[in-house]
Structures are given as structure tokens and as C-alpha cells.
Design a protein around this ligand. Structure first.
Ligand SMILES: *Cc1c(COP(=O)(O)O)cnc(C)c1O
Length: 341
């Protein structure tokens, strides 16, 4: 198979249509078997539920080439599970998990020429999503849905090393208590775009959102979970019902406990505790971990001891171990790597 002639190392995180995408439709109470198509455009009725009442959920995962030349994905079963849960919360018919995994395999196989080579730092980003395609005008769940999965090559997240970022505490809230913060739905992003633009205009890379009920506990950013390291080297991750359960974060907690022998605790984290932590990072599929050097709040600035020049030592170990597992350099726990080609 001939690879596409792209400058893999200088790709950004932008959409580029690839050769094939997967489509399955839900009609008359069931999902069809799905098929690969070439057309990147979606044609739906003007009154489709997604356009009127925002019934949509999505996922994000990567395929990449390992040192031995295999093409693999990382824990796609977790994406299938999470999308299943997200769909149920929005009264959408969940997409069968086995069919989800088959779709991942097909999308990667049929776009193998777009999977960046080993060592380029780039990867193939896969975007599964489903939306209400049937018409609704009275407020209710639609009767018809479409599930799609496309992929696009994306560049290395950090070009020239992971530099710690500076983030601010947002004046806005991301998710309501007992709301939809724990599901991966476009609606959570629509309402955080304004906060995102305000943070960027003020020179910050991201927002730290606090719990909306009391604004005293740390939740997450618009698209990544937090992790903190105490001065004793313990990993602490915030616990809240309105945080999206990041697969990267759950994998890092496992790595901390089972590969690095660290203590890991998930508990509510007060904003006032931040000054006591040694390291802070953001975790998600895109970057694995982005180190955070500084958090700017209303009345105070927290500078983590790890500084603004490089990742803290524990964050770095976590990062290197998980990326080592992903690339096949370190043995993975059973079931974490799905080999496709
Ligand atoms: C997708 C997402 C994350 C990161 O989850 P991963 O599974 O690690 O990619 C974190 N927060 C939000 C709000 C998200 O949508």
C-alpha cells in the first residue's frame, strides 16, 4: 500500500477529507449493517433533530503505526462503551459496541494510506459520531438517527517538546450539577466556545472550570481532565459527577498504580488546595498529557514548582510510560492495543 504524499511532521490538528467513511442508519427501530462510502457530505432534512434540538454525541480516538509497522488503536472498546452511555443520556438508540469496533477496523483499513508512518509523531484521528437525522418539531427524541465515522491525519501535538501552559479560571460554567457534563456531546462544547474564546483573547491556553454549584472544587477544562501530583509523589484526580470520564486519565491512573508503583487517589479537589501540589497536567487523547505551569484565578496566581519550562518529573514518567505502551515499546495491559493491520 502506497502512503499518501503528506508532510506528516508538519500536519496540524485540522480536518482533511480521507478516502472512505463509515455510515449506518437507524430506522424502524433498528440499526442497519452499515457501509463504507466515499462522499464526505451529509444530506439531512431541514427539520432533523440535530439541527433543531441538538441530539448528537461523539467520540475521538487515534490509530497509529507502531515500531514493528503494525497499525493499531488504543482501547477503542472504551470509546464504544462511553458512546453507548452518552447516547442513552440523550434518548438516542445506542450504537452496538461490536459494530462500533468493526467500523473502527473498516475505517482504518480503508484509509490505511492516510495512517502516518512510525516516528513521524503524527497519527490518524478517528471521529465517530451520531445524530438525530429524522425530523422533529415538537420537542421529543427523533425516530431516525445516523452514525458516522471518518478519520483525518493529524500532526504531533507538541512540536519541539511539551511546554507547560498557562490557564485561567473561567467566569463561566461548563456543566450543570446533574446535567450532561459526564457525556461526550457536542452540546457541552457549543456552550463552552464563548469561554474558550475569552480565555484565548486573554492569552490563556485553556480554562479551568470549577464546580457550578459552589465554585470551590476543580472540574476540568473544555476538553481534558486534570491530574495533580502531590509533593509526596501521589497522583490525585478530581472526582465529580459532571466530569467527562477521560480514557486517557483512567489509563494514566492504572499506569501510576501498576507500572510506577505510585499511589493514586480520585477525590474532590478544592481550588484552595492547588497551591500545595507539585505538578499539574491536562489529559486527553489529543496530547496524552499537557503540562500546566500556571493557573490564574480571580485573586491569586498559582505557579506550580515544576515551572514553565518543562514537564514535572512525575508527569513526565506517566507520559513516557503511557506513550511507550501505546507505541509498543512497553508491554501493554491485556486488551489495551487493538491491532488492525
Ligand atoms: C473527550 C474529552 C476528554 C478526554 O477524554 P479522552 O477519552 O481521554 O480523550 C475530557 N474532557 C472532555 C469534556 C471531553 O470531551
Amino acid at each position: 500500500m502506497e502512503k499518501k504524499n503528506l508532510e506528516w511532521g508538519s500536519l496540524g490538528f485540522d480536518y482533511m477529507p480521507t478516502d472512505k467513511r463509515y455510515v449506518s442508519n437507524f430506522k424502524d427501530g433498528k440499526w442497519d449493517g452499515g457501509q463504507m462510502v466515499s462522499d464526505p457530505d451529509v444530506v439531512i432534512n431541514e427539520c432533523a433533530g440535530i439541527l433543531q434540538y441538538c441530539q448528537e454525541v461523539f467520540e475521538g480516538l487515534k490509530a497509529y503505526t507502531t515500531a514493528d509497522g503494525s497499525i493499531v488503536t488504543f482501547r477503542p472498546d472504551m470509546n464504544a462503551d462511553r458512546m453507548y452511555d452518552s447516547a442513552q443520556r440523550l434518548e438516542m438508540p445506542p450504537f452496538p459496541k461490536e459494530q462500533f469496533l468493526e467500523a473502527v477496523d473498516m475505517v482504518v483499513k480503508e484509509n490505511a494510506a492516510w495512517v502516518p508512518p512510525f516516528g513521524s509523531g503524527a497519527s490518524l484521528y478517528i471521529r465517530p459520531y451520531m445524530f438525530a437525522s429524522g425530523p422533529v418539531i415538537g420537542v421529543k427524541p427523533a425516530k431516525e438517527y445516523q452514525f458516522r465515522m471518518f478519520c483525518t491525519p493529524v500532526g504531533p501535538y507538541f512540536k519541539g517538546g511539551a511546554k507547560p501552559i498557562s490557564i485561567c479560571v473561567s467566569d463561566f460554567d461548563r456543566a450543570a450539577p446533574r446535567g450532561t457534563g459526564h457525556i461526550k456531546a457536542g452540546l457541552n462544547y457549543a456552550m463552552s466556545l464563548h469561554a474558550h474564546e475569552v480565555a484565548h483573547a486573554n492569552g490563556f491556553a485553556e480554562n479551568m472550570f470549577l464546580d457550578p454549584a459552589t465554585r470551590t472544587y476543580v472540574e476540568e477544562t473544555g476538553g481534558a481532565n486534570f491530574l495533580f501530583v502531590t509533593k509526596d509523589g501521589e497522583l490525585v484526580t478530581p472526582k465529580s459527577d459532571s466530569i467527562l470520564p477521560s480514557i486517557t486519565r483512567r489509563s494514566l491512573v492504572y499506569v501510576a498504580e501498576n507500572y510506577l508503583g505510585l499511589k493514586a487517589t480520585q477525590r474532590p479537589v478544592k481550588f484552595t488546595e492547588l497551591k500545595d501540589f507539585a505538578e499539574c497536567g491536562l489529559c486527553g487523547t489529543a496530547a496524552v498529557i499537557s503540562p500546566v505551569g500556571r493557573v490564574v484565578g480571580k485573586d491569586e496566581i498559582i505557579n506550580f514548582p515544576a515551572g514553565m519550562d518543562e514537564m514535572g518529573p512525575v508527569t513526565k514518567k506517566l507520559y513516557e510510560t503511557l506513550t511507550g505502551i501505546q507505541s509498543g515499546k512497553i508491554e501493554a495491559p491485556e486488551g489495551w492495543i487493538r491491532r488492525i493491520l
